[in-house]
Structures are given as structure tokens and as C-alpha cells.
Design a protein around this ligand. Structure first.
Ligand code: ZN
Length: 124
């Protein structure tokens, strides 16, 4: 399966869809598929929503790396609490799931920075 595109806008730009409403729907569906239609935190398959890891109200972008599939109750319960602090205090906390969440959210730019850094070291 191809990973979700970076943001709803890319579905529009790449002409997968013709309206921003459709773009959002497709993007949400791809993110849920990427999480096997299960809550990333507790594994529930009920009332799935798109959770912003950094809430939009705190400047979190509508990018795939900042969004994952979460059930309504986790999404509501987490609220504005930092994700790691919230998740570790849950009784359904799982190291496997937390690893997957960390991998998912790891910014691609960090990889670019690493490549850039090692290239610079080779020059000196
Ligand atoms: Zn959940």
C-alpha cells in the first residue's frame, strides 16, 4: 500500500480529487488504512477519528506526520496533554504501539539533517 500523501492539499495538487472536501476525506481514509483501521493508542476499531498529535490549537499542522488514527475516546481524553505524557499514564499503554507512533511521527527532515551533517563531516 502506498503511504498517505503529506497533506490533504497534495491530493488536490496531484489531481487525485477535484475538491478540498474530497481531498480531506481521502487523506483521512488513507491515514486510517495505514493504522489498519485501529486506534493507534488502544487498538479499538470503534468511532475512529483523526487525532492531531500536536493539536491544531497549538499550531500542529494538518500533515500526515502529525495525524494518526485514534478512537473518539482516546482523542477526547488526550485533549491538549502532550501525547507521550498522556499515553504513558494509560492502562492500555503498549511499547509496541508507542514505537509505531514514534516511527510515524519522526520528521523526515531529521533524516535530511543527518545526511547533510555527515556530508559536511566528509568535507572537513
Ligand atoms: Zn483508543
Amino acid at each position: 500500500m502506498t503511504p498517505p500523501l503529506h497533506s490533504p492539499k497534495e491530493y488536490l495538487f496531484n489531481l487525485h480529487v477535484t475538491s478540498s472536501g474530497e481531498a480531506k476525506r481521502l487523506w483521512r481514509r488513507h491515514i486510517k488504512e495505514e493504522w489498519d483501521n485501529e486506534c493507534a493508542y488502544c487498538g479499538s476499531a470503534e468511532n475512529l477519528t483523526i487525532d492531531h498529535i500536536v493539536p491544531r490549537s497549538k499550531g500542529g499542522p494538518d500533515f500526515s506526520k502529525n495525524c494518526l488514527c485514534a478512537c473518539h475516546s482516546c482523542n477526547q481524553d488526550k485533549g491538549h496533554t502532550p501525547v507521550e505524557q498522556w499515553y504513558r499514564s494509560q492502562e492500555f499503554f503498549s511499547n509496541d504501539r508507542w514505537d509505531k507512533i514514534k516511527k510515524w511521527t519522526k520528521p523526515e527532515s531529521a533524516i535530511n539533517l543527518y545526511t547533510y551533517g555527515s556530508r559536511r563531516n566528509n568535507l572537513s
